[in-house]
Each structure stands twice: as structure tokens, then as C-alpha cells.
Design a binder for this molecule. Structure first.
Ligand code: GAP
Length: 516
């Protein structure tokens, strides 16, 4: 069985071995923090995006879609604050020559203190059994209290330094906590300095600052600059939202966690335009709505949590992350931000064009406030894989047990919904019938035909790519037009008639079940 420590490595090698994710430009030894999605990866990724789109656009009559260009007028990024403030504090270790984010080093240090608290709790849980009261233990145990207080102090000091852009204090904190480079083990650090995360390129043949273009670091700005175009053409009244899925680019300093932090990634963002003063009501609404979206996928409740931002971004008056318990601990999966009228007002100012809404009820014009939900497709992919990857013991055909790897991906997101396989690959009657069944199913959903091994081997392969149903064609099929359908998680097998396969698989793998 995989321990938490090596689970992450196993997931990334599984992704490669089974055609989900490859290192970009691998034959040239790869390009750091960029990845390509393989045949099963792209299907899973598309299903994640379809689930988000259905939930946000199809199920909300006041949310419409947009697909804005990646390149935008350079003033966009001045107005949004990204040119001046989209920075991360970085420093180098002089011995290993590795570059780090100062805030991430401090956060990792806090995670170690949190791990100590968790260890203490687990120990007590074991000791007291059913009588254990975690809340009371947290509130009274002196060691837990001391560590919690320490963490709280560090979090507050970090937030202040980040909000104030105080690089000297970040350096002092790293020194005071005696944080060492994980590679060299030394505490020989450079000063901390600001590093802008935007990638830039040149427009056509225009050289220098004048032709400088940025690759968008978030999709949101494409929505803001189109606010009036969309509002007028879709005849929406406030409150209404604009949703978009698209690529974003950030020159991340630390990019060592597989697809968790990439330099080219995809975002699913929705900006909800509201009347000023109603932002807290909508903030609570979207927090609950988005958490339910995750929960519907069957994630363990304890693997999802809200985490209020300690230091707010330049545009926000409230912000929370939905964190997921990745194999390397709780980290941000999605952000929900109350962005006030910062972006629209700033674009109005920089462009000289009015970006206001005329309220037909109050007969007033005003710049709307914005509530944003923003989730990375790739991070959602990693959360899905982390939840799905399972090593378990199952009964074998000889009455004993065997270990299997299975991806318990929710059937609605699974890349392949079912695989049709003949019991014997050298029997033309069986292969012919199985192919005929496969051809009748492929129009309904993504499915496969496979006759390249024994049934046991074929089942194992489908488990590894998370296929919820396998259909076996045997000699009885030729007599009575029935097949065996095997369910991935329970391993239950049922005999069903051929003309019911499409209906059964469709019903059990359809996305609608995520909305009941
Ligand atoms: N428009 C708001 C915004 O971009 P963010 O918290 O910087 O907010 C939103 O990013 C989401 O985008 C994050 O919650 C995360 O899922 C994803 N994301 C951000 N940076 C990423 C990166 N370097 N690699 C992969 N996903 C990333």
C-alpha cells in the first residue's frame, strides 16, 4: 500500500504510464513546469471542464459564456494592477543555487508545525478511542495550544509582510525560523526580492516597450473588458455572470509539484456582476455553491476545507480558498474573491470608456461589484487523480487475494465509460460479436474494444485508467445475446442483454447524476 509520502510520486508516474500526462518536450529532456495531456488525460480534462460549464452556465440562466483572446491590449495589465503588483518574493540559496518563494518557505515551515499538532491528535485519538473529543483536546492540550499559537503568530506576521511588500521582514523571518534549503541543507540565503510573474513577448515587428505584450496571467481580465459587450448583447440584468475557460501563463518561481504549479495552465473563471453592497450575500452563495460542486464528485468531506486569505490581493475585500488535501497536504484548489469594483473602475479610468450598468429599477448608473470564482483545471485534475488513485487487496480467481491499482474516478468524469472485450481473442465468433457491440456503443459515449490479453489482464488495464464498466462477450452471448457487465469499484458482475448495455452504461455514467 502507498504511504502518503510516496503516493504523489506514484500518481505522477501512473499518469505517465497510462497516457494521462507527459512532460512537455520530453525528448529534449522536458521543459520545467509544462505538461502535455495524453489520450486519457485529455478526455478526463474535457469532462472536468464540461462538468464546470454545465454547473456554471447551463444550470444558471443568468450566467453566459465567453472565449476572449489570450493577448490583450498592454494597458489591460497596467489597469488590472498586474504590471505593478503581480509579484512573488523570491530568494536563492547560494549553495544549491536553487530559487525559492520566501512565502512558500515560511508556509512549509508552518505546515511542519501543523503536522506536529495532527500527530499529537492522532496519538490521543488512539489512546482515548471512542471517548476522544477532538475539539476539547485542541482547546486544552498545552503542546497543541502552544503550537497553534506559534502558527497563528507566524501567519499574521507573514500576511503583514506580504501585504506591505516588506522583503526585509520576510528575510528576517526565514533567518529567525532557521529555515534551511531542502536541497543543500544550508541557510546561506540571498536577499529577498520581488519578481513579476507575467511572461512578455513582442507585438509583430514593433520593438521595445511600445510593442510589449503579455501572456495573460488570469482569464478574468478578458471578462472585465467585455463586460458591457456581453451585458448588452445577452440582455442580462444584474446580478449576472460571465464564465470562461482558457489558458493562463505565469512565470512561477517554484514549480516543482507536477501539475499543481505550472507555467502554462488552464483556468475556469466566473465573474458575477452585482449591485454594490450585496457582495457578502453573494460571497456566501458562491462559497456554498462551489463547495457543493466538489462534494458531488464524492470527495471525502474531510479532504475539502475553506481557508480564508490572510493577506488579500490588491483587488479583493474578502477572499477564501477551497483547499484540497493533496498528497503533499492541504493546498489551494479554487479561489472565491470579492473583487469590489476595482477592475471595472480601473479599466474605466485607463480606457476613458464608461463601464457602468444602468439599473432600470432605481434609474441609476453605477459600476457593478464583482464576485469571482476561479479554479485551475489542472489542479482539479490533480485533485481528481489524488482522490481516485487506490491500491487495494481484492479476491483473485483462485480463492486468494491480489493487489490491484484502480482509479476510482467518478463515472461521470471517467475518460472511458466502458470497454468491450471478448473472452477469447482467437475466436472469430467472439471477436466479431464484441466488435459489433463496441460499434453500436461508441456513438453514445467514449468506449474501447480490447482483445490484447486475458480477461484478467484487460480488467486490470481498465481499472488503471478508471473505466467504470467492462463488458465481456462469451460463448453464451452467441446463444442468448447477453453479456457480463463488471463494475469497477464493487467488482460486481451482472448478466444483461446486449440491447440494454447503452442504456445502463449511459444512465450510470451520465453527468446529470452530479446534479440531483
Ligand atoms: N482571477 C483570479 C486568480 O487568478 P488565483 O488564486 O491566482 O486567482 C486561481 O488563481 C486558480 O488558478 C487557483 O486556485 C489555482 O487552481 C489555479 N492556478 C493558479 N496558479 C496556477 C499555476 N501556476 N498552475 C496551476 N494552476 C494554477
Amino acid at each position: 500500500m502507498a504511504s502518503q509520502d510516496d503516493l504523489f510520486k506514484k500518481i505522477s508516474s501512473h499518469c505517465k504510464e497510462y497516457g494521462f500526462i507527459f512532460q512537455s518536450s520530453e525528448i529534449y529532456d522536458g521543459l520545467a513546469a509544462t505538461y502535455d495531456y495524453g489520450p486519457y488525460g485529455i478526455l478526463l480534462k474535457n469532462n472536468i471542464k464540461a462538468y464546470w460549464w454545465k454547473s456554471m452556465v447551463q444550470m444558471n440562466e443568468n450566467i453566459v459564456g465567453l472565449d476572449a483572446a489570450i493577448f490583450m491590449h498592454p494597458t489591460t495589465w497596467k489597469a488590472s494592477g498586474h504590471v505593478d503588483a503581480f509579484n512573488d518574493p523570491m530568494l536563492d540559496n547560494k549553495d544549491s543555487k536553487k530559487r525559492y518563494r520566501a512565502d512558500v518557505l515560511i508556509e512549509d515551515y508552518m505546515a511542519k508545525i501543523e503536522a506536529k499538532i495532527d500527530k499529537e491528535i492522532k496519538k490521543a485519538q488512539k489512546r482515548f478511542g471512542d471517548a476522544f473529543n477532538e475539539a476539547e483536546f485542541r482547546a486544552t492540550n498545552p503542546r497543541v495550544l502552544a503550537n497553534a499559537e506559534k502558527m497563528d503568530k507566524i501567519a499574521k506576521r507573514l500576511a503583514t509582510a506580504m501585504t506591505d511588500g516588506n522583503m526585509d521582514d520576510l528575510k528576517s523571518q526565514i533567518e529567525e525560523y532557521e529555515i534551511a534549503c531542502p536541497v543543500s541543507g544550508s541557510r546561506n540565503w540571498t536577499e529577498v526580492r520581488q519578481f513579476n510573474l507575467m511572461f512578455s513577448t513582442q507585438l509583430g515587428a514593433v520593438a521595445g516597450e511600445e510593442g510589449k505584450l503579455y501572456l495573460r496571467p488570469e482569464t478574468a481580465q478578458g471578462i472585465f473588458v467585455n463586460f458591457l459587450n456581453v451585458q448588452k448583447t445577452s440582455r442580462q440584468k444584474l446580478p449576472f455572470g460571465i464564465a470562461q475557460i482558457g489558458k493562463a501563463f505565469r512565470n512561477e518561481i517554484v514549480a516543482r509539484q507536477f501539475i499543481f504549479r505550472m507555467r502554462e495552465f488552464e483556468q475556469m473563471e466566473m465573474q458575477f456582476f452585482i449591485k454594490p453592497g450585496t457582495q457578502m450575500e453573494w460571497y456566501e452563495h458562491w462559497k456554498a455553491y462551489r463547495l457543493n460542486w466538489h462534494k458531488a464528485l464524492g470527495h471525502n468531506e474531510e479532504d475539502l476545507r475553506f481557508h480564508d486569505h490572510d493577506n488579500l490581493a490588491h483587488y479583493a475585500d474578502a477572499a477564501v480558498d477551497i483547499q484540497y488535501n493533496f498528497p503533499f497536504g492541504f493546498k489551494e484548489l479554487e479561489g472565491i474573491h470579492s473583487r469590489t469594483d476595482f477592475d471595472l473602475s480601473s479599466h474605466q479610468e485607463h480606457s476613458g470608456k464608461k463601464l457602468q450598468y444602468f439599473d432600470p429599477e432605481t434609474k441609476e448608473s453605477y459600476v457593478p461589484y464583482v464576485l469571482e470564482t476561479s479554479i485551475g483545471v489542472d489542479r482539479m485534475f490533480l485533485a481528481t487523480m489524488s482522490h481516485a488513485y487506490t491500491e487495494e487487496m481484492v479476491p483473485d480467481s483462485k480463492g486468494g487475494e491480489r493487489e490491484r491499482v484502480v482509479l476510482r474516478i467518478h463515472p461521470a468524469l471517467a475518460p472511458i465509460k466502458c470497454c468491450v472485450m471478448p473472452l477469447k481473442k482467437n475466436d472469430e465468433n467472439l471477436t466479431g460479436k464484441a466488435k459489433e457491440i463496441f460499434n453500436s456503443l461508441r456513438i453514445h459515449f467514449d468506449c474501447q474494444y480490447d482483445d490484447t490479453g486475458s480477461i484478467g489482464k484487460l480488467y486490470a488495464r481498465q481499472d488503471c485508467i478508471g473505466t467504470p464498466y467492462c463488458i465481456t462477450v462469451d460463448f453464451d452471448t452467441l446463444e442468448d445475446d447477453t453479456v457480463t457487465i463488471r463494475e469497477r469499484d464493487s467488482l460486481k458482475q451482472e448478466r444483461i442483454s446486449i440491447n440494454k448495455i447503452a442504456e445502463i452504461v449511459k444512465e450510470r455514467t451520465d453527468m446529470t447524476q452530479l446534479f440531483v
